[in-house]
Design a protein around this ligand. Sequence first.
Ligand code: NDP
Length: 294
Amino acid sequence: MTTLAFLGLGAMGDPMAAHLAPHARAHGHRVLVWNRTAAKAEAHARAHGTQAATLEEVAAADVIFTCLPTSAEVDEVMGRMRPHLRSGATWVDCTSGHPDAATRQAAELAARGVTFLDAPVSGGTVGAQQGRLTVMVGGDAAALETARPHLAFAGKVVHVGGTGAGFAVKAVNNALLGVTLWATGEGLAVLGRAGVNLGAALDVINASSGRSNASENLIPQRVLTREFPATFALGLLAKDAGIAVDLTQSVQGSAPVLAQVAALLRGAQRAVGAQEDHTAALKLIETMNGTELR
Ligand code: NDP
């Protein structure tokens, strides 16, 4: 019997782990879940027929999934699990992590016979609930083939390169989300000050070349409604943009727009709050312009 384990039942991990359960039932596997706050793992087990387990128990699984805030928390659990890991296992880290951490973690796990894949996801909490996440995978292609049948939460899986490439692509993707979100917010603030109706402006932009996910979905659904539902924390987006800046440095690249947006998001995180939804970053633009985006 193959044992799958999922660690980190947050906004993303909870619905992702839920998709493993019917897959496991259909194939005779079992799914163990672990969460720092144990009550969430117990609730997951009751709701989805998974099994709440200790760190020692999840460490002995054949395929270990993690979805934690940053690579630092992955390091923390990895350190505690190391003595109990099983040679031949695959560790699939769905955290939006750091490429440098992936290189180090892959080497540490390899010393214990465990293969590491960096496999961050995109698609948000709705994509996780629907089991339609995009997974960008860095690491050994053969290990991905071992893990692929178990990626029950995925709509699309792309092998993007060696260890760390998945985290690199994710960081750049989210830096681009930061750029479009921020720039669209700036543009709308200017239009608002000019007396233009923002709904009408978005109607035009979304039928024109300035459109993006920010203009089509995030801003109309979350900002103009003033709802800012907290599904993806501003602190996590700022973290991702920061990773894109680190990546720029490590390849001696030049990406001043990405660096600028990373600094703006860090400032917004301080001004607005790390736990607020990422779209609440636009509240800082509102303050800068003395106008509300509604
Ligand atoms: P959440 O904050 O909702 O969940 C974080 C999870 O990590 C919780 O299970 C939490 O446990 C656990 N955790 C936090 N600190 C520690 C620690 N020190 N040791 C062990 N466990 C810890 O985050 P998300 O689910 O939103 O994000 C998870 C990852 O997915 C991040 O890397 C994020 O960037 C990425 N992501 C998020 C998306 C989104 O839309 N939310 C979309 C795509 C990627 P506890 O319950 O005890 O607090």
